[in-house]
Design a protein around this ligand. Structure first.
Ligand code: GLU
Length: 330
């Protein structure tokens, strides 16, 4: 009797141990609309991790979401393990600004690395007659869906030009739908904060209606650049969109896409993802033209939440700590 109890206990113990060792960890990466750059970026990271399934036992999947703000909130609530989010939104969430002003600083947010640069992209239909941001007054403009990164950027740009939100007919639909609405003449313009090239702007510029990308420059923008440390000047290469009416590159301002998580995600998981992306950076860069400018050093700039400890472990091992702002190393 006693013997059989011991035997059963041992059996149960062995079973628990082996099922623990075999158990898979599922992680999901929150991205954006499928025609943006976040979605293929999530896909690229996912494939890198899944390739090493035997080593890490991690199964990654990608999810199309409303964008940066949604992703930050979802990693903080534990609904998603990872998210891609604009560097300005990372800053605002960590410091309790913009969408987080009521809830206060989101101290559990953790940065992992930054990815491609994103430009605030304003695209208009030629028949709207808009030639500069100022001409948006009285027009129907998609400023971005709630949960997206671009919603606040559009507001900042309009404010920089002294345009009140009530001076335009503001729509808040997803970026995915905006090119169709522009081509159907249902909107005159839309804002999208996004890396280039991307399927969304290709779609918007390839229709029957002629469209143009409008520069975001001028005195108001210079003041904006001084006020907010996370905005920087950018260029949207004209060559990416040969069907647009533009003849050359378009000047704008922008931010960076960043990879974020919560303090509570297990160190081993974050370590594995960081290691796979950094150790295979040259392969990663081939996956999207927007990554061509990436270097390990650049990928450690533009962050404002503390670096997750799993990522730090890798950066320490790889000798990359020197590129990280000391205040982000807790
Ligand atoms: N920057 C956009 C956002 O935060 C997403 C851009 C993309 O999907 O590439 O909502």
């Amino acid at each position: 009797m006693k013997k059989s109890v011991i035997f059963l206990t041992l059996l149960l113990f062995a079973f628990t141990i082996s099922s623990f060792a075999l158990s898979k960890t599922f992680v999901t990466i929150g991205t954006g609309g499928v025609t943006g750059v976040y979605y293929p970026t999530g896909g690229a990271i996912t494939r890198m991790i899944n390739k090493k399934f035997k080593q890490y036992n991690i199964k990654a999947t990608v999810e199309s979401t409303a964008g940066s703000v949604y992703n930050i909130n979802a990693v903080l609530s534990g609904d998603l393990e990872f998210g891609i989010a604009q560097s300005d939104r990372q800053y605002q969430a960590y410091h309790g600004l913009a969408e987080w002003s009521k809830r206060g600083p989101q101290k559990d947010l953790r940065a992992i690395f930054s990815i491609h640069p994103e430009s605030i992209t304003l695209i208009i239909s030629a028949k709207s007659g808009v030639r500069s941001v100022t001409d948006l007054r009285g027009k129907r403009v998609n400023i971005g869906n709630p949960g997206s990164g671009q919603l606040q950027n559009s507001k900042d740009v309009l404010a920089a030009f002294g345009i009140g939100i009530n001076e335009i007919t503001a729509e808040q639909v997803k970026a995915l739908e905006a090119p169709g609405l522009l081509q159907d003449g249902k909107i005159d313009a839309f804002f999208y904060t996004v890396g280039h090239p991307n399927g969304n702007i290709k779609e918007a510029t390839s229709g029957r209606l002629k469209v143009r990308i409008i520069p975001i420059t001028g005195q108001g923008i210079d003041a904006l650049l001084k006020k907010y440390p996370y905005y920087a000047k950018t260029i949207i290469p004209g060559k990416f969109y040969p069907n647009a009416l533009n003849t050359g590159d378009v000047e704008s301002i922008g931010v960076k896409a960043t990879f974020v998580t919560s303090k509570n995600l297990h160190e081993k998981i974050v370590y594995a993802v960081t290691k796979e992306v950094f150790d295979n950076l040259e392969d990663f860069k081939k996956l999207h033209p927007a990554y061509s400018v990436l270097t390990k050093e650049k990928m450690l700039k533009g962050l404002s939440a503390p670096i997750h400890k799993g990522a730090l472990k890798y950066y320490r091992e790889a000798g990359l700590l020197k590129y990280i702002e000391p205040k982000l190393v807790l």
